[in-house]
Design a protein around this ligand. Structure first.
Ligand code: GLU
Length: 464
């Protein structure tokens, strides 16, 4: 049974890199009919916040990455970590170290002065035949892991290939602080063990932790999971993705008008491929996803491609669903959405032309607000030449059958009568009715309005 986990630290929002890690872990479990565990690594009490926990859960919900187990909170598992610490102290795989932080600092300075790599000198490390110093009074010891000094620790990383580190390179890691709170790497190990994680899929900023975690797992007699370390995501400019790139929080994409399926599809292709397939559903992704087609090199963010995918999914989406997503955006701008004109109908006409929900909201907004077209546009398009045709259109609009084809026939009749070309009438109609010069076909746009509103806007534009 495949078991994966997503183990964010709740110190900020769910960012794009974290979301991709979650997506890959989720899809791998789904692909194999396994379980996906959500674990909140909240032991950094100073930096963890309930808001960040909520932001992570909101982000996962928005993306639809449902976990099968959890969320487990590390802060609620302290007793278990202490129990394992005790076992390790008893079986000799961990030991108390009374070296004070000041002594440790001094030790490091001396080592650096001698050109050595700073490390713990092993004073309190038990060895066969070694007599340990007497614990000093009044010093609360930390607990260190008794790492192997010989040999190597190696794993076949499912993304990066074989990685091997000499044990001599690894210090005796502090696994519990002086107040007996367990440290980060130790909690991860106990959790991955207890939660039966078979595949650890995570960012490659954790590669350095892996040899330590493997050694501790082995000391516990636990099965060592397989590891897949995902390369980082670079920004559009090839630089490390950071706040500079603006929309790094997943919920920012929601705010900016992206559909979750577009973001998911986009993330799926960040560092993973299935032939030339660019557009696919999450169902297909779960069917196809494997760790063999993850690239070890960094993936580069491409906003244009995300926009292209979002435009694609907007076209596919049901009008009613998009209306439900656009309405709150309009309301947030103070725009009251009324039954008429129908938001879903507006969306049906405009969704082919936009790449975000916010652009849909921009397009829809003019149907609901008290419109005041820009004077320059009015002056430019509502010309003396156009006015008689506009007046005829207004007269005809009072009685014409209110549908695009009849409205189109009315427009044609008006331009025919006055010997005008189509834009001469279409443009002032666009400007007076929407304040814009670019819209879908003008008859279709007009048919979206309630008749009264068209009459009112034309009259307000001085047409009579
Ligand atoms: N809590 C870690 C982080 O947010 C992830 C740990 C892990 O996946 O092992 O970076």
């Amino acid at each position: 049974m495949i078991r994966t986990r997503f183990a964010p630290s709740p110190t900020g929002f769910l960012h794009i890199g974290g979301a991709r890690t979650a997506l890959f872990s989720w899809a791998f479990a789904r692909h194999h009919g396994g379980k996906f565990v959500l674990r909140i690594e909240d032991t950094d009490v100073a930096r963890s916040t309930p808001e960040a926990v909520q932001a992570i859960i909101d982000g996962m919900n928005w993306l639809g990455l449902a976990h099968d187990e959890g969320p487990f909170y590390q802060m609620q598992r302290m007793d278990r970590y202490k129990e394992v610490l005790q076992q390790m102290l008893e079986n000799g795989s961990a030991y108390y170290c009374y070296t004070t932080p000041e002594e440790l600092e001094q030790m490091r300075e001396d080592q650096r002065a001698k050109g050595l790599k700073p490390r713990y000198d092993g004073t309190w490390r038990p060895e066969p035949g070694k007599t340990l110093p007497t614990p000093p009074a009044g010093v609360q010891p930390v607990v260190r892991f008794r790492n192997l000094t010989e040999g190597t620790v190696a794993w076949n990383d499912l993304v990066k290939g074989r990685i091997e580190i000499a044990n001599a390179e690894l210090d005796d890691l502090v696994i519990a602080r002086a107040d007996m709170t367990p440290t980060y790497n130790f909690c991860v190990v106990v959790d991955d063990w207890d939660m039966g994680i078979t595949h650890v899929i995570r960012g490659d900023d954790h590669v350095n932790n892996t040899p330590r975690q493997i050694n501790i797992l082995k000391a516990l007699g636990a099965d060592v999971p397989l590891y897949a370390h995902l390369s980082m995501i670079l920004g559009d400019d090839g630089q490390k993705l950071s706040k500079r790139h603006g929309a790094v929080s997943v919920m920012q994409y929601d705010h900016d008008g992206y559909l979750p399926e577009a973001v998911l599809n986009y993330l799926a292709r960040l560092g993973w491929s299935h032939g030339d397939d660019e557009v696919f559903s999450m169902q297909q992704f779960c069917e196809w996803f494997d760790l063999d087609h993850i690239t070890p090199s960094a993936a580069q963010f491409n906003t244009e491609k995300l926009n292209w995918l979002n435009a694609h999914y907007l076209k596919q989406a049901e009008d009613e669903r998009l209306a439900r997503l656009v309405q709150p955006r309009l309301e947030a701008r103070g725009v009251m959405v009324t039954v008429e004109p129908s938001l879903a109908a507006i969306i049906a006409l405009y969704k082919e032309r936009v790449s975000t929900l916010n652009e849909l909201a921009d397009a829809a907004e003019v149907f609901y607000i008290d419109l005041h077209p820009a004077h320059e546009l009015v002056a430019q398009h509502v010309t003396a030449e156009a006015k008689p045709a506009l007046a005829d259109f207004l007269a005809g609009a009072r009685t014409v059958t209110w549908e695009a084809s009849a409205i189109s026939a009315l427009i044609k009749a008006c331009i025919g009568k006055h010997g005008l070309k189509m834009p001469k009438l279409a443009m002032p109609l666009r400007v007076l009715l929407t304040g814009q010069t670019q819209t879908p076909s003008v008859d279709a746009v007009i048919s979206l309005f309630p008749r009264d509103l068209v009459l009112k806007r034309l009259a307000a534009g001085g047409i009579e």
